[in-house]
Design a protein around this ligand. Structure first.
Ligand code: ZN
Length: 491
């Protein structure tokens, strides 16, 4: 009995050793044959039991396994998702889900572009979904279904998928309408077109990207938000960047959660969201408007009036015309406007103004106009008029030798040089009978016949001729007769 228990738990080589030991023991104990036979039979019986157990352990799972070898896993995007009896059951489920999706969206499902495969799997795998509502929902979600739809394809821009061709056309039409000029009876739209190449094409598009007509209009007209990077430059502030991009500071901060304060570092990158319209609408229209023709002003010179004096002979009247313009706008902005037909309804009447050319104006008191410029500014030391028995023909203005003397008005030099009591003197003819004279000069700065303008330098103050001290003797004559200069000088 001892030997049996040992055999059960020992390996082959150990067993051989034990067997020889038994034989030795047998010899020693002098055992008979019968006993030996009995022991051998017991041993074999035990062994068969063992073999049977082993066989059962091996075959039961194998038989079970063979029975369920048709179980497969549905693998979506390389990820096992569910276990089903066989591939055809899996395909049937997919077909049903496809029909459910089609019904739900009211659209024909053309297929899908998700990788789906079947592989042998363990039907007892608890991590897999089993056929049922939960699996259907999961498949609806995970599979990228392709719908029979229409795409608005704008060259170089993201595609827009719509359920019907009609919706796509209406969306494009709406975008055009948004940019049409305000309704006006006289307005005739000649053409609206897109600057971009636009096509509406039938396609199998991703169901998830399907949008409505209204969404398509908004995307095309208002544009898609696009994030761009702004590199901070010296002098930039959150406010200035926000302002330059039609944002508020808080919007800018929202786009850049990495900002901790309001201080910016040059070179720092900020995110800005900018709208990028997908379409540019070019509209050409014709419009007819009535507009006024502004009158012109015509000046006629009149020598009977003093210079600077004007009189309106005829007040102007605006005319009226009817003009047809051809206007081109690009997204609402007028880029071209040309008049193609113009019809005068009423000619304008010019405004006629008479403008005086006479240099010195009509008299005030002693024929003076108060319009001559002062040839020298200084204390008046002697006035025009009787000085005892002598008549003083001019005005004496105190000055220092060398002070500049200026022409009192535009004119022509008619005299320059020495003249007796006057000493060195200059006389200027201003036209219309008016002349001025400047005497006792220390030097003369003009030549005979020279044209001078009011305020021009003509010589220097002095005390030449009959003079008691340096001053300017200034005379005004009209048609050769002396006049009181004070009545002519600027006040
Ligand atoms: Zn004098």
């Amino acid at each position: 009995m001892e030997s049996d228990s040992v055999t059960k738990s020992c390996s082959g080589t150990q067993r051989k050793k034990l067997r020889s030991l038994n034989l030795k023991n047998l010899k020693l104990r002098d055992v008979n044959i019968k006993e030996l036979m009995e022991n051998s039979w017991k041993f074999l019986r035990r062994k068969w039991q063992l073999v049977t157990v082993i066989c059962l352990m091996l075959f039961i799972p194998l038989i079970y396994g063979l029975n369920s070898s048709s179980a497969v896993l549905i693998v979506v995007d390389k990820q096992p998702l569910a276990v089903v009896e066989n591939e055809s059951q899996g395909k049937e489920i997919l077909e049903n889900v496809k029909n459910e999706v089609a019904e739900q969206y009211g659209i024909t499902i053309a297929g899908f572009d998700t990788e789906i495969s079947f592989k042998e799997g363990d039907p007892k795998d608890g991590s897999m979904l089993l056929p049922g509502e939960e699996l259907n929902e999961e498949l609806k979600k995970r599979i990228n279904w392709l719908a029979d739809c229409w795409v608005i394809d704008i060259t170089g821009k993201p595609k827009l998928y719509l359920a019907s061709e009609e919706a796509a056309q209406k969306a494009l039409e709406s975008v055009k309408q948004q940019y049409l000029p305000t309704a006006d009876e006289q307005l005739e739209i000649l053409e609206t077109k897109f600057m971009e190449e636009v096509e509406i094409v039938s396609t199998a598009g991703p169901l998830k990207e399907l949008i409505t007509e209204a969404q398509a209009v908004e995307k095309m007209a208002r544009g898609l938000d696009k994030i761009i990077q702004h590199s901070v430059k010296n002098g930039d502030s959150l406010w200035s960047i926000a302002h330059a991009n039609n944002l508020t500071v808080s919007e800018l901060q929202e786009m850049n959660p990495q900002l901790t304060g309001t201080l910016l570092q040059p070179g720092q990158e900020l995110n800005l969201v900018k709208a990028e319209p997908l379409l540019t609408v070019v509209t050409t229209y014709q419009t007819t408007v009535e507009e006024k023709i502004p009158y012109k002003t015509v000046y006629e010179s009149d020598s009977s009036m003093w210079r600077g004096q004007q009189s309106v002979v005829c007040s102007g009247v605006n005319g009226q015309r009817e003009v047809t313009y051809r206007v081109t706008t690009v997204n609402d902005i007028e880029t071209q406007k040309e008049s193609i037909i113009e019809k005068i309804l009423e000619e304008p009447v010019s405004r006629i103004v008479k403008s005086g050319t006479k240099v010195i104006m009509a008299s005030r008191g002693d024929g003076g106009s108060g319009k001559l410029g002062w040839p020298l500014r200084g204390r008046l030391t002697s006035y025009y008029g009787w000085r005892g028995r002598e008549f003083h023909t001019g005005l004496d203005i105190d000055g220092v030798t060398g002070d500049p003397i200026y022409a009192a008005e535009d004119g022509v030099v008619i005299e320059r040089g020495w003249r007796g009591n006057y000493g060195y003197c200059v006389a200027i003819d201003h036209g219309d009978g008016l002349s001025t004279l400047y005497a006792h000069l220390s030097s003369i700065g003009v030549s005979m016949g020279q044209t001078v303008s009011r305020g021009d330098y003509i010589g220097k103050c002095g005390s030449t001729g009959r003079s008691t001290g340096s001053h300017l003797h200034f005379e005004v004559r009209i048609n050769g007769s002396h006049k009181n200069p004070l009545n002519f000088l600027d006040r």
